[in-house]
Design a protein. Structure first.
Ligand SMILES: [Zn+2]
Length: 394
């Protein structure tokens, strides 16, 4: 696809975005958060004549919401991208975009300031062409996707039900695959209770760490069982892993308490209830075999898997459109990581995930393919305009 001039500005926007530290403060204590980047983006959009507002999601945490309206009624499209990044620790120059061999290196270049810059560039060019645009395009540049997705949740809770979206695109990096599915996850915490006692008095003590050991063995069996079932054609199987474990006080005492945090990745048809039930069954089994076994568990957080029907007319049209622009590279696909598309889908918005190629998500060297950022901007722009020009059926 020949890169047309106006879309090149996506790269300049990307450079400006990565220069602003937006490390998620829920992940990294003291992280910069989205305040500065959100203010920069809102000011930039306003300067370009696009109405943009800051949404205060939590103290010092902001979304930017911008709307471009066409001259005629038509479909409403949502472009979603997150402003926050993971940690920059250990990186050489995380905030200085370095362009080398067609790649742009920086923290967030791929995840996901590249996709976000593409959406912003598309929005700018659409705003200069509103006489050809029907309906409206809404940009939601959101906070906190890397932790609890407070940003997209807040955006959805504020958006009026009287103005439904006909299509949403989350521009997370998918290597130019049009993603119709990804896994969900659940975070669980188990506490085992023992009986503190002097190490020389086994008749008094109950070892809470060994109780957790029994649970870990059962979790291991469960994980093997899950992974031996290839239960989803795109996503494979669910899985689980231990994340954090704490317990014990000193060498010579029976530990009275042990806490395990673990993560369960889920596939479509597995819900928070599935995960809670499988853990309850493990705890009940251990209790039955050992009356002194005592444990409690809680679900700390869960996010649904995402899956949409590829036959949906608008989703299918986006796929065919992107494929026609980059026939060698675009295909249907799925990703393993979680995205805000799951929340949009739960809110009944037909959504897809589509973004540039690159590498190094969450690692010390992250880059995005520069030409993909430009292509994504062009695809989004042209898709929205093409949709505007279609006869409206609703
Ligand atoms: Zn991301």
């Amino acid at each position: 696809m020949p890169s047309s001039q106006p879309f090149n500005q996506a790269l300049e926007i990307l450079s400006n975005l990565v220069r602003i530290n937006s490390v998620n403060p829920s992940l990294v204590p003291g992280g910069a958060g989205e305040s500065e980047i959100a203010q920069f983006l809102a000011a930039f959009l306003k300067q370009q004549g696009i109405p943009a507002e800051l949404q205060s999601v939590a103290p010092d945490r902001f979304n930017v919401v911008a709307i471009v309206r066409g001259v005629k009624p038509g479909p409403r499209v949502l472009l979603n991208g997150h402003l926050d990044t993971v940690s920059v620790e250990g990186m050489n120059s995380p905030l200085e975009p370095i362009q080398r061999e067609g790649k742009i290196y920086a923290r967030g270049a791929q995840d996901m300031k590249g996709g976000l810059a593409a959406a912003i560039a598309a929005l700018l060019i659409l705003s200069q062409n509103v006489q050809r645009l029907s309906g409206e395009v809404v940009l939601a540049a959101v906070a906190d996707e890397e932790d609890q997705s407070l940003g997209t949740q807040f955006f959805l809770s504020e958006w009026p039900a009287t103005a439904p979206f006909q299509f949403a695109l989350v521009l997370e990096p998918t290597d130019l695959k049009v993603c119709s599915a990804h896994k969900g996850f659940a975070w669980l915490e188990i506490t085992t209770h023992g009986m503190a006692a002097h190490g020389s008095r086994p008749w008094d003590g109950v070892d809470a760490i060994r109780s957790m050991g029994a649970i870990l063995q059962e979790l291991e069996l469960l994980d093997r069982r899950l992974q031996s079932q290839l239960s989803h054609p795109l996503l494979g199987s669910g899985s689980l892993h231990a994340s954090i474990i704490q317990g014990g006080r000193e060498w010579s005492s029976y530990p009275d308490r042990c806490v395990l945090k673990y993560e369960r990745r889920t596939i479509p048809k597995e819900s928070a209830m599935t995960v809670e039930e499988e853990l309850s069954a493990i705890l009940a089994k251990l209790k039955e075999s050992n009356p002194r076994f005592k444990a409690e568990a809680r679900l700390v957080c869960s996010r649904s898997p995402f899956e949409v029907n590829r036959e949906h007319p608008t989703l299918c049209r986006f796929y065919e459109f992107a494929k026609s622009k980059l026939p060698e590279l675009v295909d249907w696909g799925a990703v393993s990581f979680w995205t805000d598309a799951a929340l949009l889908s739960e809110a009944q918005i037909p959504a897809l995930v589509f973004g540039p190629r690159g590498a190094g998500l969450h690692s010390l060297e992250e880059y995005v393919i520069a030409s993909d950022v430009i292509s994504c901007a062009e695809i989004v722009h042209d898709f929205v305009l093409a949709g505007s020009e279609q006869p409206q059926t609703h």
